[in-house]
Design a protein around this ligand. Structure first.
Ligand code: ADP
Ligand code: MG
Length: 404
């Protein structure tokens, strides 16, 4: 049996026309001989009647009073509605299908309600249904604990459901269908010149995803990479093949990988830069700062430590808490809120001189201040004010010729 997993995101299911496109992709692959597993998200986005955010408003109106376990019960509903609706649509076209919950599809998770991790997948039921010639629709974003409680997998969790099922079923490929033409060189909502990449490595996409490119969830990429399952990110609204995500060797040996240092640019908004000066006669500053943050579960990023002080970032929503804690420790921290972290990513930049110089050039030409920077083999990060972010992304995109 040649198994294919298709995952459809919220906007791919939100309108009748979009659902027609979904049926079209399922039928096409089925007709070409695949046993098809379809993973569905909740329909639409915030404001749409059955979107997860909308379901959550029931609780928000009560001041958020609901234990995590029961909140997962509510959050898992959107996918169930999608799955039943798609099952009905397939049946009406004479395509045999069955809809399964995450638990029904054998996805067993830990008890971390709201951000559960998949522990194992029992594939017997899935395989049985596929063998009977059915299209199996699985609710994304959810699993079940060994006690039978429904859990959700966190933001972007349907991508994780899809690649995890692909790995467990040893699928030939996992197709992530969405509302853009693949993995683009930057977020098309900000950089209109962004274009889809033909082939990228798991490492590069994982990097882009971790640095804010929300087109695929980083956990989903990790699982695909571990199991070496190829992933395609493609549009529901066209028949183009989209972006193939595979390992570096296959990528360079197979389809043409463009000889470029930089593959793409990602960004994260809503970060606060905190600076703490060392105090004369106190040599525990660095230890105190980071131990305090850790103790209070404040996640820190972009850390630069020097003998004269420490600079790092936290999410805007954690900034007040972090600053209060630092003051309690006797420091006088300074903060710049509403910053954006921009990541210039490329497997090919390793050892290439001048990449940083070009970044500085691009931003200086636009009069954009770089507040902090750091680099690794495959990424250069810069921190800018959020107000400069769009301009910075466009300037960097142009400087590295990513539109070509
Ligand atoms: P879905 O509902 O299909 O899961 P998402 O909203 O999670 O869709 O992801 C698709 C969106 O990701 C696109 O509409 C696009 O705005 C955004 N995006 C951000 N960065 C990128 C990128 N580098 N390539 C493609 N899309 C991106
Ligand atoms: Mg998504």
């Amino acid at each position: 049996m040649r198994i294919l997993v298709q995952k459809f995101g919220g906007t791919s299911l939100s309108t009748e026309q979009a659902r027609e496109r979904v049926i079209h992709h399922i039928e096409r692959e089925r007709n070409s001989g695949y046993a098809v597993v379809v993973v569905v998200s909740a329909m639409g986005r915030k404001g749409d009647p059955y979107a997860t955010d909308t379901l959550l408003s029931f609780v928000r109106d009560n001041g958020g009073a609901l234990p995590a376990r029961e909140k997962d019960l509510l959050m898992a509903c959107g996918e169930m509605i999608s799955a039943a609706a798609m099952c009905s649509l397939l049946q009406s076209r004479g395509i045999p299908s069955v809809a399964l919950t995450g638990g029904g599809a054998g996805i067993i998770t830990d008890e971390q309600f709201g951000s559960a991790r998949i522990k194992s997948i029992r594939t017997d039921r899935l395989l049985h249904e596929l063998q009977n010639g059915k299209v199996v629709i699985v609710t994304g974003f959810q699993g079940v604990t060994s006690d039978g409680d429904i859990t959700t997998l966190g933001r972007g969790g349907s991508d994780t459901s899809a690649t995890a099922l692909g790995a467990a079923l040893q699928a030939e490929i996992v197709d992530i269908y969405t509302d853009v033409d693949g993995i683009l060189t930057a977020d098309p909502r900000i950089v209109s010149e962004a274009r889809p990449l033909e082939v990228v490595s798991y490492a590069e996409v994982g990097n882009m995803a971790r640095q804010g490119a929300k087109v695929i969830h980083p956990r989903a990429v990790e699982i695909a990479q571990q199991s070496r399952i190829p992933v395609r990110v493609r549009s529901t609204f066209s028949d183009e093949p989209g972006t193939l995500v595979t390992d570096a060797s296959a990528a360079s040996g197979g389809q043409a990988v463009k000889d470029k240092f930089v593959t793409g640019i990602a960004h994260v908004t809503g970060v606060t830069q905190i600076s703490v000066q060392a105090i004369e006669g106190r040599n525990d500053m660095q230890l105190q700062v980071f131990q305090t943050m850790a103790k209070h579960h404040i996640s820190v990023d972009f850390i630069n430590v020097t003998p004269s002080g420490a600079v790092y970032t936290v999410f805007d929503e954690d900034a007040d808490h972090a600053l209060a804690l630092l003051s309690e420790c006797g420091f006088s921290p300074a903060a710049v809120r509403s910053c954006a972290k921009i990541s210039v990513i490329g497997g090919g930049m390793n050892g290439q001189p001048g990449v940083m110089a070009r970044i500085v050039e691009a931003l200086t030409e636009q009069g954009i201040m770089i507040m902090q920077s750091a680099d690794s083999n495959t990424t250069i990060w810069v921190l800018v004010q959020e107000a400069d972010m769009a301009k910075a992304l466009r300037a960097l995109h142009a400087k590295f010729d990513l539109h070509r």
